[in-house]
Every structure is written in C-alpha cells, then in structure tokens.
Design a protein around this ligand. Structure first.
Ligand code: C5P
Length: 215
C-alpha cells in the first residue's frame, strides 16, 4: 500500500505551501492538482477554446503533456510554472474545472502520482473523489480577509500592485463556483480533519499536519 495524505481547501488557504512542505518533510511525492487544472486551462486558452467547448477541452486534458520536477512545471517541454500563476489562467481553470468530462479526463493523471514512498496531494477533491481512501485527509481553511491579505502580499513580492477588496471579491466568487458546481464540489470529506489556519504561521500549520500524521 502506498500512503496518501490529502489536503483540500479553498483558494489561497495556504494548502499548496503547507502540503508541499509536508511532502518534503516526509520525503513523499507531491501533487499540486490545481496546477494540473491550470495547465489544462493554459493549453485550452492557447488552442483558442472556451469553457463552452467542453469536448475539445476534455481532449486537451486527456492528452496533456505535463511534467513536474521540483518547482519546474513543463507543458509540452516548455517551462510554465510562472505562467500558470497568472490570474487569467486561474480564472479559466476554475471555469473548466466545473466540466465533468474535463475532471474525468484528468483523473488518471492525478492517480499516477501515487508512487512509493507516498504522496501528499493538494486540491479541492483529493479526499472526496480522487483519493477517497486516503490515509489522512485535511481540510484547510482561512478567513476570506486573511486569504485576500496573503494573496496581496504574494503579489507585492512579485512587484504587482492590487486592491485587497477586489482580491477578496474574486476569491469569494471562486469559492462560490467551486462549492456550487455539480461535479466534485469543494467540501470537506466526512472524515477530513478541519484546520482553520487564519491565525497560524506556515510552520505551525505544517507541524499540526505532521503531528496528526504521526499519530
Ligand atoms: O488551487 P488552484 O488555485 O491552483 O486551482 C485552480 C482552479 O482549479 C481552482 O479554482 C479550482 O476551480 C480548480 N481545481 C479543482 N480541483 C482540484 C484543484 C483545482 O477543481 N483538485
């Protein structure tokens, strides 16, 4: 059996940072499933597709040539890690991720990350749909105000100015879309451990997860 730790939660809840640090600590593989949806969105965008072209976007998803290595993400050989963080890419990812055939086309690719010695998977439906039998599931949240503040700081560090209220409105719109879609809506698995990290540092959250894992 290959152990799996699923970390789900809304945008900018810190799950990517926490999950990758936990993976590193355990020496496990790491799946950033949001990046898989973002890469699909980028490839679809470049092919001139919109969310209305469900079948064609699903074909793009099924034939995605994606390679992760450390912080590097290659799409058909091209380094795209930075591009994937783009707001437009994230917004399209959120829209195409509501398409059932796109989600099922990406299932196998996500399952293939489960390799020895183990996997930490981060996303929206890791514990509910992709790895329902995960050894441990964490549902990470933070208040919308805190998430907007973190996103704002992240953008500043990249030299991008932004408005906190706009960021918060955007986050809340994305939460709504993720929670209300018909397929794989964002919700905690019944057996997920909830963690609100609004007032925790990254290290505190990482240690909380590692403590639970070791028990
Ligand atoms: O987590 P991240 O912001 O990178 O994800 C981008 C978009 O992909 C999210 O807004 C969400 O709609 C979608 N997503 C998803 N299922 C996942 C991971 C991400 O629907 N497991």
């Amino acid at each position: 059996r290959i152990p799996v730790l699923a970390v789900d939660g809304p945008s900018s809840s810190g799950k990517g940072t926490v999950a990758s640090a936990v993976a590193q600590h355990l020496g496990y593989h790491f799946l950033d499933s949001g990046a898989v949806y973002r890469a699909t969105a980028l490839a679809a965008m470049r092919a001139g597709l919109t969310p209305a072209d469900e079948h064609a976007v699903a074909v793009v998803a099924a034939t995605l040539d994606l390679a992760f290595e450390g912080k590097s993400i290659r799409l058909a050989g091209e380094e795209v890690a930075e591009l994937l963080r783009d707001e437009a890419v994230g917004s399209l990812a959120s829209k195409i991720s509501a398409l059932p055939s796109v989600r099922s086309a990406l299932r196998e690719l996500q399952l293939s990350f489960r390799r020895l010695p183990g996997l930490v998977a981060d996303g929206r439906d890791m514990g509910t749909v992709i790895f329902p039998g995960a050894d441990m599931k964490v549902f990470l949240t933070a208040s919308a105000a805190k998430r907007a503040e973190r996103r704002h700081k992240q953008l500043i560090s990249k030299g991008i100015s932004s408005n906190i209220d706009d960021l918060r409105a955007d986050l809340e719109a994305r939460d709504q879309r993720d929670q209300n879609r018909a397929v794989a809506p964002l919700k905690p698995a019944p057996d997920a451990l909830p963690l609100d990290n609004s007032d925790l540092t990254i290290d505190e959250s990482v240690n909380w997860v590692l403590n639970c894992w070791e028990q």
